[in-house]
Design a protein around this ligand. Structure first.
Ligand code: GDP
Length: 195
């Protein structure tokens, strides 16, 4: 039921804009361009639901999507812009921290990692934030279709070794391609089980 009933609710730029914390939710985090919008669109079966190709100025919102009457899917702003102004980064970090620490209904965070690049320092910063907020997170590898199988093993080893240092990390990694549809049913089932 993660499917086509999903709809955009609102974009939030400050804590006081958050919808009431009275639903169960899962959230998605990832570096900009990791393929987060494409994944959310593939998951919900609604092309164009999450805006693809965000620009730096438009990424500071936490976007809430309704999955059902009692469930949200939450799209956290993409991070890791090379040339984002410090003030923007700090504002984003503050909002993110407040959201993660305060959200009772939040069941799990999905941290998206590009299959070609593995875990970068900015990803680890998010993972540490999730550790300290005690939010269980699970890694979703994106763009699997872009990596040859023999190169994939090396990246996955790197990801596993990074995850082993994070107490809030869920060990199972989900490999996906929004382009080809690989892993999408698995991820849908996972979310359905959580909510
Ligand atoms: P976001 O910034 O994280 O929301 O990333 P987008 O969803 O906008 O994707 C960034 C770019 O990667 C776009 O050009 C997408 O078409 C491309 N992309 C996303 N997912 C996949 C995938 O699974 N396979 C391939 N080959 N390209 C993808």
């Amino acid at each position: 039921f993660v499917g086509s009933n999903a709809d955009f609710l609102k974009g939030v730029v400050a804590m006081n804009g958050l919808p009431a914390d009275d639903r169960i939710e899962v959230c998605f985090a990832g570096r900009s361009n990791v393929g987060k919008s494409s994944l959310i669109n593939a998951l919900t079966g609604r092309k164009g639901l999450a805006r693809a190709s965000n620009t730096p100025g438009r990424t500071q919102e936490i976007n809430f999507f309704t999955l059902t009457e009692s469930h949200y899917l939450v799209d956290l702003p993409g991070y890791g812009f090379a040339n984002a102004p410090l003030a923007v980064v700090e504002k984003w970090q503050r909002l993110l921290k407040q959201y993660l620490q305060g959200r009772v209904g939040l069941r799990r965070a999905f941290v998206l990692i590009d299959s070609r690049h593995g875990v970068k320092d900015v990803d680890e910063e998010i993972m540490s934030l999730l550790d300290s907020a005690a939010v269980t997170f699970q890694v979703v590898m994106t763009k699997a279709d872009k990596v040859k199988e023999k190169d994939r093993a090396k990246i996955m080893d790197q990801v596993r070794s990074k995850l082993s240092k994070h107490p809030a990390a869920f060990p199972e990694i989900v490999l996906t391609s929004s382009e080809k549809g690989d892993g999408i049913p698995t991820l849908r089932a996972l979310i359905a089980n959580l909510i």
